[in-house]
Design a protein around this ligand. Structure first.
Ligand SMILES: [Zn+2]
Length: 388
């Protein structure tokens, strides 16, 4: 069974298995604690008796688990719930969302690293930016370690962990297999930082982080694709509420799927990749070129509509093959709002419509530029407390 190498590191493998279920007895208790936390996250105010009914655990076990969570400062009694009859009044329980700080990093742009601090419900305490300067390779790891150590030192509350959304290919153990922009190849970033910082660390691909954020904090469905459009194009795939990582840890890497034969040359060596159509630089380049042509087929809305259709072409077979019912698109709202999204939606619908399945909704993300930070925070919450 795959598991994290160290108890101080979180692991996506847990998420793929849907929880903290493992073989060792101490992990059994950990798993029960996670079940209680998830139940209280889903339904704040549950009593001990209700928790026992919902989880199938005995009342004695529940009382014991709740006592441990209250001791840790993670759960509080919320006063007496309306009594259903004679006897001891029932006491509702709730998660103390302000009990810990979660620190999240978005390092897609090394010159403007974003650092967010969140509470246990994903509420933002602060967002700041910092720079990794010209550091690459091992120096970039060290610089990131310094930034994270400083963030921990400055935190007002005990730190639950540090989540990091990284560009490139990241495996389920938080090893960055490849991130060109940072000069990283096979860098075990999660393990290195967990050792350096002494708190749980989770490292995951930024598009996967954004997909997690949609599920945890953006109202996203359990079976969905989250497309992230920045300087590049990536996607995170959620199936049954769990992130799909893939054999080469590259699930969702749709940016280099060809959507136009003989199209523009791409940095990957192929021609006509999705990225040459819908990355932010590509969209802006096409809009500038279109502006020179004037109205008609070169108009802003025609260009954005065609770009949206190219995204739809790349998405349609994935949507049909995986039977997901939602696609969420995140990126610069001024480019994507309106005709881009509606064209992508129309094309996906046209190509995947079937009497065997419900139509797939294609919509813009409501999370804005915070999605990667929120997703990194959500993975820390999942790997340490078991709340998805
Ligand atoms: Zn390419």
């Amino acid at each position: 069974m795959e598991r994290a190498k160290s108890p101080s590191t979180g692991s996506l493998t847990r998420q793929r298995r849907g929880g903290l279920t493992t073989a060792r007895p101490q992990d059994g208790r950990r798993s029960n604690l996670a079940v209680v936390m998830q139940s209280l996250s889903d339904e704040p105010g549950l009593t001990r008796a209700e928790l026992a009914r919902r989880t199938g655990l005995t009342k004695v076990t529940i009382s014991d688990l709740v006592a441990e969570l209250i001791d840790a400062g993670l759960v509080a009694e919320r006063g007496t719930a309306p009594s259903a009859g004679p006897g001891k009044p029932a006491i509702g329980l709730e998660i103390r969302t302000d009990a810990r700080d979660i620190i999240a990093f978005d390092i897609a742009q090394p010159a403007t690293v974003r650092i967010g601090v969140y509470d246990l419900a994903g509420g933002q305490r602060s967002v700041a930016t910092a720079s990794l300067g010209a550091a690459r390779g091992g120096d970039a790891v060290a610089a990131l370690g310094e930034l994270a150590a400083a963030a921990i030192a400055n935190a007002d509350r005990p730190v639950l962990g540090v989540g990091i959304g990284s560009p490139g290919i990241v495996d389920a153990e938080g090893k960055v297999l490849s991130a060109e922009i940072l000069g990283w190849t096979d860098v075990p970033l999660q393990a290195l930082l967990a050792e350096r910082l002494g708190v749980p660390v989770v490292v995951l691909n930024d598009a996967n982080a954004a997909a997690s954020a949609e599920r945890s904090f953006g109202g996203g469905l359990a079976d969905a694709i989250r497309v992230t459009i920045t300087d590049g194009v990536g996607a995170g795939i959620m199936l049954g509420g769990e992130l799909l990582i893939g054999k080469s840890a590259a699930a969702g890497e749709i940016g280099h799927v060809v959507v136009e034969y003989g199209g523009d040359h791409c940095r990957c060596g192929k021609d006509g990749c999705l990225e040459t159509w819908i990355s932010v630089p590509a969209l802006n380049r096409r809009l500038r070129a279109g502006a020179n042509i004037g109205g008609g087929p070169g108009s802003r809305s025609e260009i954005l509509a065609e770009a949206g259709r190219r995204l739809g072409m790349a998405l349609a077979p994935v949507v049909a093959a995986l039977d997901v019912n939602e696609v969420v698109i995140g990126g610069p709202i001024d480019l994507l709002r309106g005709v881009f999204v509606t064209s992508a939606a129309d094309l996906v619908s046209e190509r995947t419509h079937s009497r065997f399945r419900a139509d797939t909704t294609v919509r813009l993300s409501a999370l804005g530029s915070e999605a990667v930070l929120l997703g990194a925070a959500s993975l820390i919450r999942l790997s340490t407390l078991g709340i998805s």
